[in-house]
Design a protein around this ligand. Sequence first.
Ligand code: HEM
Length: 213
Amino acid sequence: MGFAEVLRTATWTDHESAEDDSYLKNLMAGRLSPEAYGEMVAQHYFAYVALDGASRRLAGDPVAGAFVFPELYREEALVRDLTTIYGDDWASRIAPSKPTQTLVARINQVSDWPGGYVAHHYTRYLGDLSGGQFIRMELQKIYGYGKGGGVDFYHFDIGSLPRFKDEYRRRLDVLGESLDEAGRQRVIRETRLAYQLNTEVLGDLGRVATVAA
Ligand code: HEM
């Protein structure tokens, strides 16, 4: 079994907890106002500024560099989405939540360790390219957003999605081969933590969901 499959298998229960989040369920059921949806977009904004910043710093790294794809950078798409949802003064209307601050601190803390960076990169981007595409279709139906702002975060200019994900998984396999068992376990542990921190960000958004429901 290649490392991509090992990682997926070892973290799938964490995925189930993330997917089971009540904010996401309310969002997918069309129970939230655009501003309540915007709360998640805002938290994504802070997390991806950190993640994409780490990518830029690590582009030349022999290990982490294999996971740096400038076409995945999300900041500009998130700014378009925030402008659509909140208007031009979006920046003054958003703030990172406590769990987002914790996630951002962790991304920055591990970004000098290629395996740690990959753990956070994988948890976000492979998710955005997988379940995220289903989320985008639902959000388009619910809010009527088109391309150009609203759900641009989920639009990736990378050609064939399955082909991109296959290549990504191949690179995970190569990473796994370059590590010893302790190194692989460390990446798995960080990925589980990444899931947990992302799930806490969603859990905190549950407050918004309750208010708006
Ligand atoms: C409504 C919520 C969600 C749904 C319906 C969903 C659904 C899915 C599905 C169907 C796949 C498998 C796709 C494939 O085999 O190519 C997948 C993969 C993935 N999802 Fe989610 N997901 C959700 C939320 C999340 C969240 C919140 C995260 C992380 C914060 C996440 C991270 C991932 C990752 C990393 C993968 C790739 C697993 C792998 O193949 O190694 N997902 N998701």
